[in-house]
Design a protein around this ligand. Structure first.
Ligand SMILES: [Zn+2]
Length: 492
């Protein structure tokens, strides 16, 4: 494991940290705090502000009382009482990532073997310990849980994090999945009617849930009832759909659709209303070139109805990479180090397709190409593209690392590095209606800032070299957070 230690960072802490804010943090959280002062100056740093604007060299970013108070020309600052000055020559800052498809669970496949066989039921154990630390370590300062299985645990986790008792990002807690009657996920609610959907939304909204997610087998009537109940309370609904097509969902008023254009079923052969198709969207994607009439009409509908699209490229990368020239992509050693022995074993098993498992019907490389083109076309047409990795234990999609990988893959899709960073930061904040407070580096905004060694505008993989993550002006040590969960992801 490549260790980024404190000594690598040319940081000069000139005065003792002020006690003001640390006083409110528990010991549990304080152990990860590297910078905590009433005033912090990030001196001589390159700024990627999150708006998509070009990076600006040699700036001083001032943080006071948890907020960004000013951004000025780079100057040498003399130490004063209660101030911490970091000399960040050679470093870049960008806004904290606003992760929009960031789960707090792992998908376990009991008794998975090298033939890719496992015993039912598929289970999703909670990662309430490891995931929040991994997210924060990776630069995620705000996240949507995008479907909960232990909703009370997620709601309580959010409260504990906000109270300074546990480390982790700010959270938009999504309610239990709005799944239809048929489902292979035994931990999801299986809705029986539109009335059932309405009741579920109201019950969980009353208990603090701030978003909902519809799932693959929901009916149009159930989705409509859920959207109406959520919107009455100013709460948004997203969906990983199959039984309902993208166009139908847009017309029902959904706010966001997950997984780029991978799970739209509108052209799937034999698609019956309210039923998931066998192809689960593969056929549609295969047959929907970005400049086709169908694609243009779909994108127009999505933009007209203000439906966001969440790009979740890392979770699809594995299958595309399997058939890529030159074989699968490189293993991220740090992500591997975060995994439990069982998770690592599952990852290695799923990485090698056994001879007994047939190749997918549709070429994953082609689907990958189609989706990237559609995501670009959607953004070019004025659609709000947001991002998240969907870390579920398939492949090496691990919280935090996956968020960084998503940005790298957006660059592979053809976005410039600063555009990709905007998709993963400011666009998410806009979706959440929080862009006045978070999502970009600007005076007056919360000091949610990622400190990176190197220059992601020149080499996007530098985005993995996160050293300090500021959340509300407190600087967390990325490596310490990672060390605390080494070998735990997949376990708890
Ligand atoms: Zn997901």
């Amino acid at each position: 494991m490549r260790h980024i230690s404190a000594s690598v960072l040319a940081v000069f802490i000139i005065s003792l940290p002020a006690a003001a804010q640390t006083g409110e943090l528990s010991k549990n959280v304080k152990q990860f705090v590297r910078v905590d002062a009433a005033k912090v100056v990030l001196a001589h740093v390159r700024v990627i502000d999150g708006t998509g604007a070009a990076a600006v060299e040699d700036r001083n970013v001032l943080i006071e009382d948890g907020k960004i108070s000013a951004i000025e020309n780079g100057t040498d600052v003399t130490a004063s009482k209660g101030a911490t000055i970091l000399d960040l020559r050679g470093y870049t800052v960008m806004p904290g990532i606003v992760g929009m498809h960031n789960h707090l669970f792992y998908i376990a496949r009991p008794n998975l073997n090298s033939e890719w066989k496992s015993d039912p039921p598929v289970l999703v154990p909670q990662m309430t310990f490891s995931a929040p630390r991994l997210y924060l370590a990776g630069g995620v300062t705000t996240m949507r849980t995008t479907g909960s299985v232990e909703t009370y645990a997620d709601l309580n986790l959010k409260r504990e994090i906000d109270a300074g008792k546990l480390p982790g990002p700010h959270m938009d807690v999504t309610g239990p999945y709005l799944e239809g009657a048929e489902s292979y996920f035994i931990q999801m609610p299986h809705l029986t009617s539109a009335e059932d959907a309405r009741q579920l939304v109201e019950y969980w909204a009353d208990r603090g849930v701030t978003s909902f997610k519809a799932y693959m087998n929901i009916t149009r009537a159930e989705l409509k009832a859920a959207i109406e109940a959520a919107h009455k309370r100013g709460i948004k609904v997203t969906g990983h759909l199959c039984s309902v097509t993208y166009k139908e969902a847009a017309e029902l008023g959904i706010d966001d659709l997950e997984h780029g254009f991978f799970v739209n079923t509108q052209l799937d052969p034999g698609k019956k209303p309210d039923m998931c198709s066998d192809s689960q969207g593969n056929y549609t994607l295969e047959h929907m070139e970005a400049d086709s009439v169908e694609a243009r009409e779909l994108i127009e509908t999505l933009v007209k109805h203000h439906v966001a699209i969440t790009s979740t490229l890392p979770v699809f990368e594995g299958s595309a990479a399997e058939f890529r020239d030159g074989g699968p992509t490189q293993i991220n050693q740090k992500a591997l180090d975060a995994m439990s022995p069982e998770a690592k074993e599952a990852f290695l098993l799923l990485r090698h397709r056994p001879g007994t498992v047939p190749r997918p019907k549709t070429d994953p490389k082609l689907l990958w190409k189609r989706d990237l083109a559609l995501e670009r076309a959607f953004a070019a047409a004025g659609g709000l593209l947001i991002a998240g990795p969907d870390p579920t234990g398939t492949g090496d999609v691990v919280p935090g690392f996956g968020d960084q990988r998503e940005i790298e893959l957006l660059v592979e899709a053809g976005f410039s590095p600063v555009e990709a960073i905007r998709i993963a930061t400011l666009n998410g904040a806009i979706y959440l209606g929080r862009d006045k407070q978070i999502g970009s580096i600007a005076a007056g905004k919360n000091a949610d800032i990622v400190v990176i060694k190197g220059d992601p505008t020149k080499q996007i993989s530098d985005i993995e070299k996160v050293e300090i993550v500021f959340k509300d002006g407190i600087g967390y040590d990325s490596q310490k957070l990672l060390d605390s969960v080494k070998g735990r992801y997949g376990e708890y």
